[in-house]
Write a protein that binds this ligand. Structure first.
Ligand code: C2E
Ligand code: CA
Ligand code: CA
Length: 744
């Protein structure tokens, strides 16, 4: 340098400066050439090379998720070495399944990784570079199971590591290697004990073992071997030149840089969880989460349903119940009444329509609130007084309707005491001078109302009765139809009570003696039933017989009477007082049993009687209404030896005509019908002719309803000797009759 300066003639000072400048330029050039990635080749060009690498070996080779480029320890080290060697390396993932096959693909200038030279799939030999870095291979077992001796080891490897497998086979000849396409398959095989351990390079293990579901895999401490990591290509002059150049780069690669690159990748948490990993890792949490969500959704649905149900219920309540008093609305009253009447066909009921006459005045003078309070009080009192077979509703404003069952005559006054009086005195009890006037219309239900329920019509009837009261400026009670009411009540009380009455002895058989006018002797009797009702007291058959006929229950009563009569007759026979008794046969009996004669036959057999002891009375009108069955029944009865009597003769319009149609043993001439009305003289003529005619027709005659001595004498003079009536005896209990007969 000094010489150059001398030649150029620079002074000492300048020499110093030039020396420094040259030194700076030299250092800068050296620095520039040492860091430049584009080192110039001998021929002056930076050569581009394509490096084929696998991508399934994180962290050595893998695709970066973000950039999509292939990266990893192998890639980084190769890139540095290539740059050192003056190459511009670009990396491409090999599409072939093995390196051997990839070697035959000219798209790649070099391939990675090789442990040692191998021949390509087509049989070409390879040339490999120097070792880029050493990759240790480690055994992994499941559940820390100790693997057997190496020479007996059955080991699993990935098929892509077949190059490495060759090395293993050479190093450990006894080892059996099984190949798997994927890591997952190899792990499954390990768990199934198809292999004793898995073999892979440690860097890959450091990545793979981050998978949560592989937590049962354990690395065995001893390194089995380490494999070289070289670049390789087909053994051609070109290939050899490239590898030779590359080796220069590799040798220039400082070891510290190698370690830095390895540490960089192995230190990263490269493994990224997939769905299955999350499921595995957080399965319980996820399950709990979903359960929580499911419970939450269920609760929300249930809440929504309950809310809807509550709303519907509220709506229903608005529809079904009166909002002020809480009692039934008319709509629900209708259905409740229908239900009650159907399920209680024998219970006597009334429907009432109640109205506070001076309600408007109460509202005006005391205010709406007081009016409302009164209505609520009435509703409360009524409900307290009701049983579960009654119903109560608010129709509108101050109008209420009640369906009330009846229990005895005293019930109405009880209701007045318990409900109406307190309501009437509601304000006076509070010291206010307003007396409430209530008008109540009552409709008594008939049996038809139970069958064909028309609630609105019944309320209307009750309303009509209530109006009658108001029109007459009265308060209190008014029946829509008093007679109908008492009849309906009787009907219900009689029909509902009959079975119990027959069992309990409430119904008795009494006898009314029949007397011979001349001798005064008792020739027989008529059996007449009597009922001492629990709530109504004595009821005459004139009242309950027709109700029972209508309800189809008279047969039950008559069977009871007939049996009792036969039983009494048998007792009297045994006491030497042979008697004849007339029993009544109703037309409705035949509807229940169309072979009554056989029934009587069985009875007299049972009680050891002769048929002539039993006289069967059939009322004359019955013959008119259903002649065929009654005529045939009469004929059969007479054939069996029973005496048949035509009852109430003279009460109907076809009495004489009937005698032509049917032969009976005796007619019962009803004095009541013949003497009570009309001209006495005419009655005399009619009666005398009837007597003559019946005698002429070969029939016997008995006069009933004989009340006076004159009547008896008169009838006797006309030729009728047999008589029955209050003049002689009233119907009496069996004991009295027995006493009369001189028994006991
Ligand atoms: P009936 O068969 O015409 O019975 C005679 C009725 O006249 C009886 O009334 C009797 O007490 C009444 N009587 C008797 N003598 C006199 C009298 O001098 N003056 C007056 N005014 N009445 C007198 P009862 O017992 O009230 O019976 C009424 C009707 O009930 C009977 O009329 C009969 O048709 C029916 N009956 C009574 N018991 C039975 C029965 O066990 N079965 C059936 N199917 N009907 C019966
Ligand atoms: Ca009779
Ligand atoms: Ca009669």
């Amino acid at each position: 340098m000094r010489d150059i300066c001398k030649i150029l003639g620079f002074s000492k000072l300048y020499k110093k400066y030039i020396m420094c400048l040259i030194a700076i330029i030299t250092v800068f050039t050296v620095m520039l050439t040492s860091v430049s990635p584009f080192r110039v080749c001998a021929d002056g060009n930076i050569r581009k090379i394509t490096v084929g690498v696998p991508a399934d070996r994180c962290p050595i080779f893998y695709c970066d998720k973000e950039t999509g480029e292939v990266v990893g320890i192998g890639v980084d080290l190769m890139r540095i070495a290539s740059e050192e060697a003056g190459f511009d390396a670009s990396f491409k993932v090999i599409g072939e399944s093995t390196l051997k096959e990839a070697l035959d693909n000219d798209e790649y200038d070099v391939l990675l990784p090789f442990g040692s030279p191998i021949s390509s799939a087509s049989g070409s030999s390879t040339v490999v570079s120097d070792n880029l870095f050493q990759t240790p291979f480690t055994l992994v077992t499941v559940n820390n199971r100790k693997p057997p001796q190496l020479n007996e080891l059955k080991v699993g490897m990935l098929s892509s590591l077949s190059g490495g497998a060759d090395t293993v086979s050479q190093l450990y000849p006894g080892i059996e290697i099984k190949f798997f396409e994927t890591m997952d398959e190899s792990v499954k095989a390990l768990r199934r004990k198809e292999v004793d351990a898995l073999l892979h390079n440690s860097y890959v293990w450091s990545y793979v073992l981050q998978k949560p579901s592989y937590s049962d895999l354990t690395v065995q401490p001893s390194n089995m071997f380490s494999m070289d990591f070289r670049a390789g290509t087909k053994d051609t002059p070109e290939g050899r030149k490239l590898i030779a150049q590359l080796d220069k780069g590799i040798s220039a690669l400082p070891d510290t840089q190698r370690q830095a690159v390895i540490l960089d990748y192995t230190g990263r948490r490269l493994y990224q969880y997939d769905v299955y990993d999350y499921l595995y890792e957080y399965g319980v949490v996820i399950l709990l989460f979903f359960l929580l969500i499911a419970s939450f959704v269920t609760i929300v649905i249930l809440k929504a349903r309950t809310f809807r149900f509550d709303q519907e219920e509220k709506m229903r309540r608005v529809m079904d119940y009166d909002q002020l008093t809480g009692v039934l609305s008319l709509k629900s009253f209708r259905s409740r009444v229908e239900e009650l009447l159907r399920s209680n066909p024998d219970v006597p009921y009334v429907i009432s329509y109640n109205n506070i006459q001076n309600f408007k005045y109460i509202n005006d003078s005391l205010g709406m609130k007081a009016g409302d309070e009164l209505l609520c009080f009435w509703a409360k009192k009524s409900m307290e007084n009701m049983s579960d077979i009654d119903a109560f509703c608010r129709l509108e404003a101050d109008h209420f309707a009640t369906l009330r069952h009846l229990e005895g005559d005293g019930q109405l006054s009880e209701d007045v005491k318990k409900v109406f009086e307190p309501v009437k005195n509601y304000f006076t009890d509070q010291g206010r001078e307003i007396h409430i006037r209530i008008s109540t219309g009552i409709y008594a239900l008939t049996p038809e109302d139970h069958k064909d329920v028309n609630v609105d019509q019944m309320i209307d009837y009750a309303r009509v009765a209530e109006k009658k009261l108001r029109d007459g400026h009265k308060d209190g009670f008014e029946f829509y139809n008093t007679e109908q009411w008492s009849l309906g009540k009787l009907f219900a009380e009689v029909t509902g009570r009959l079975p119990a009455a027959l069992r309990s002895g409430e119904i008795m058989v009494w006898y009314q003696p029949q007397v011979n006018y001349e001798t005064g002797e008792i020739t027989g009797a008529e059996a007449l039933c009597r009922w001492k009702h629990t709530t109504r007291g004595w009821i005459s058959p004139g009242k309950f017989v027709s109700a029972l006929e209508e309800a189809g229950l008279i047969y039950d009563l008559d069977c009871f009477v007939w049996e009792k009569v036969c039983c009494d007759l048998q007792r009297w026979n045994r006491e030497g007082k042979r008697m004849t008794v007339s029993v009544n046969l109703s037309r409705a009996d035949l509807a229940k049993n169309n072979n009554v004669p056989d029934f009587f036959l069985k009875l007299i057999e049972k009680y050891d009687l002769t048929p002539d002891q039993l006289h069967i009375e059939i009322t004359e009108t019955a013959y008119v209404e259903s002649p065929e069955l009654l005529i045939s029944t009469t004929q059969k009865l007479r054939k069996y030896g029973f005496k048949v009597e035509m009852d109430d003769f003279g009460s109907g319009y076809s009495s004489l005509n009937m005698l032509k149609e049917v032969q009976v043993d005796r007619i019962k001439l009803d004095m009541y019908f013949l003497t009570e009305t009309g001209d006495t003289e005419k009655s005399r003529v009619i009666i005398s002719h009837i007597i003559k005619m019946t005698r002429a027709l070969g029939m016997d005659i008995i006069a009933e309803g004989v009340e006076k001595e004159e009547q008896a004498r008169f009838i006797y003079e006309l030729g009728c000797c047999s008589m029955q009536g209050y003049y002689y005896h009233k119907p009496m209990p069996a004991e009295d009759f027995e006493h009369l007969l001189g028994m006991g």
